[in-house]
Design a protein around this ligand. Structure first.
Ligand SMILES: Nc1ncnc2c1ncn2[C@@H]1O[C@H](COP(=O)(O)OP(=O)(O)O)[C@@H](O)[C@H]1O
Ligand SMILES: [Mg+2]
Length: 232
């Protein structure tokens, strides 16, 4: 479904990615792992057309994404839950959800109704403004908003960052449920233990280079890799 090959990218003169390869098959969850500053968000920016790579390729369903505008890439079925959530603070919960709703009819699995089933808390808060929500509610809203575009590939960048443990656990549970429904995902998260319970395969980045790729059982069996590339 997604194939990223030998990706390189720069911010002005400073190179952030040197050689990153990653692929996602239908229904698969991929963990994108590495310390802070190793290039995880930069890979995501390239995928969504927010940063033009200087080398390598990105194909989604066989289509080359090079040079495509972010909105075109979104329409192809890729959706982002960005680092820092970035919900609309002065719109209500419901307005936030409707703002990204996909217009293509009929077979859409996601609607206000199904989002509220997934996150009953959002239904209770439907008339509250984005800036009146707790961190956990904002994160649920950010996920709900991404789902409203009816993605086939959902990308989550630090979705449990800064949340209380009980709220984090709820987010992981929801992601597990989305996986069971067959949604493909790329997940970036500092909590490697929780991530490996969800992911099928993983890619470790170190200084903008893919240094390891393998299944979650393989990585769980090599804690020294996690210590080396993520810390404890
Ligand atoms: N907008 C930017 N301008 C310049 N350098 C950046 C910018 N964003 C990220 N970087 C640099 O690129 C590298 C990778 O960053 P990033 O992809 O955000 O890492 P991660 O998401 O893994 O923490 C880091 O060295 C970071 O300082
Ligand atoms: Mg990041």
């Amino acid at each position: 479904m997604l194939s990223i090959q030998n990706l390189a990218a720069k911010y002005g003169p400073s190179q952030a990615l040197f050689d990153v390869s990653l692929d996602v098959s239908q229904g698969e969850v991929i963990g994108l792992i590495g310390r802070n500053g190793m290039g995880r968000t930069t890979v995501i920016k390239c995928l969504f057309g927010l940063l033009q790579p200087c080398a390598g390729s990105i194909h989604f369903d066989g289509a080359d994404l090079a040079g495509l505008q972010p909105y075109r890439i979104g329409r192809m079925g890729v959706s982002l839950v960005p680092e820092g959530r970035q919900i609309f603070p002065t719109l209500t919960v419901e307005e936030n959800l409707l703002a990204t709703a996909s217009k293509s009819g009929g077979s859409n699995p996601w609607s206000l109704h199904t989002i509220y089933q997934l996150f009953p808390r959002l239904q209770e808060r439907r008339s509250n403004m984005g800036n009146q929500l707790s961190g956990g509610e904002q994160q649920m809203l950010a996920i709900g908003r991404a789902l409203m575009t009816n993605p086939r590939l959902l990308v989550l960048d630090e979705a449990t960052e800064g949340l209380a443990p009980v709220v984090r656990a709820e987010i992981w549970k929801v992601l597990q449920r989305l996986k069971e429904q067959g949604l493909s995902m790329i997940v970036v998260d500092k909590n490697t233990k929780a991530l490996l319970r969800l992911s099928d395969r993983n890619v470790i980045l170190d200084k903008g280079v893919t240094v390891w790729r393998g299944t979650s059982p393989e990585l769980s069996a090599q804690p020294e890799l996690i210590t080396r590339y993520v810390g404890v």
